[in-house]
Design a protein around this ligand. Structure first.
Ligand code: SF4
Length: 312
């Protein structure tokens, strides 16, 4: 992205996790023209995770990721290389047509338009892989979608800050993963994630943080992740946590939603896949939820519901 797409500065890249700077820096290199974007799938489906669970979205799965989580269920989308892209022709029918990726960004927008025209959707999910690996191309994609009146949700691993800042003006929702090394076996720098979350919250875009929890979740890591969200929320609201000024409850926690600039945390029990053999036990989930709630009130547990109902 620091090449053809004119991406982030050295200082931005220096904040990234191991591998992130190189990933963002090389994001636009080589095989694609500036009008092209690498994609793996475009389809209509039911969002199964976090704040928009149950809504109908058009998923645009972009290719390439700068990290390798142990539980990743999209191994075919991780290498940022040309390949086939399957496009659903009718929303929800799985009547795939396979085209060559990269695709023109305008072509991709037209494909999304076709699906949206055939069925009203809640929003577009830009997912992956890590969408921000494609730098200014994903910014342009988000811009065109937003200008067409489509609310855009970015699903991101929260590591590529330069591309994120440029894309933020076109986003309606940010779903940011907070990575725990004891669960994902990666080494994402907490400070990178803090800066990323701060940028999202301070922009005013509706933002939440997703934390995948497993049977061996390290409690210190977990606490630090929750504390990080709490401190970003407090700093962004300009008031300490617990102050009425930021709307924290005095007598209980609402059933859903969080006030103002408070990003919710969604604890997502890991779904066993690849190198991950087991999910946390029901007791572990309850204990982690309790542990989080004692540090920050806006925490919900939402598993990957689409997998429970046989959806993509
Ligand atoms: S950040 Fe997401 S896409 Fe990348 S390896 Fe992790 S789970 Fe997979």
């Amino acid at each position: 992205m620091t090449t053809a797409s004119g991406g982030g500065t050295a200082s931005e890249e220096s904040t990234a996790s191991a591998g992130s700077a190189a990933a963002e820096g090389s994001a636009a290199a080589g095989r694609t023209g500036p009008e092209d974007i690498l994609a793996t799938e475009v389809f209509s489906a039911i969002q199964g995770e976090a704040a928009l669970v149950g809504t109908r979205q058009i998923f645009v799965r972009l290719t390439g990721c700068n990290i390798r989580c142990a539980y990743c269920d999209q191994p075919e989308a991780l290498e940022k290389v040309p390949g086939p892209c399957r496009i659903e022709q009718t929303p929800g029918r799985r009547d795939w047509k396979t085209v060559a990726s990269p695709l023109g960004i305008s072509t991709l927008v037209a494909l999304v338009d076709d699906l949206w025209g055939a069925l009203p959707h809640h929003s577009i999910s830009l997912t992956g892989g890590e969408p921000l690996m494609q730098g200014d191309r994903v910014t342009e994609l988000a811009r065109l979608l937003a200008e067409a009146g489509r609310p855009v949700m970015l699903e991101t691993n929260g590591t590529l800050l330069g591309a994120f800042r440029r894309t933020l003006p076109w986003l309606a929702y940010v779903s940011m993963d907070i990575k725990l090394p004891s669960v994902d076996a990666e080494q994402v720098r907490p400070e990178t994630q803090r800066r990323f979350l701060t940028a999202a919250v301070e922009s005013g875009v509706t933002t939440w943080a997703k934390v995948v929890i497993g049977p061996s979740t390290d409690l210190d890591e977990f606490d630090r992740a929750v504390d990080m969200v709490a401190s970003v929320a407090a700093e962004s609201a300009g008031a300490p946590m617990g102050s009425p000024a930021v709307g924290l409850p005095s007598g209980g926690i609402p059933s859903a939603g969080s006030p103002g600039a408070m990003p919710e945390i969604f604890l997502q029990p890991v779904t066993p896949f690849a190198a991950v053999a087991s999910a946390p036990t029901p007791t572990q989930v309850l204990e982690l939820h309790e542990r989080a709630l004692r540090r920050y009130p806006w925490v919900r547990v939402v598993p990957q519901t689409h997998k429970h109902i046989g959806q993509l």
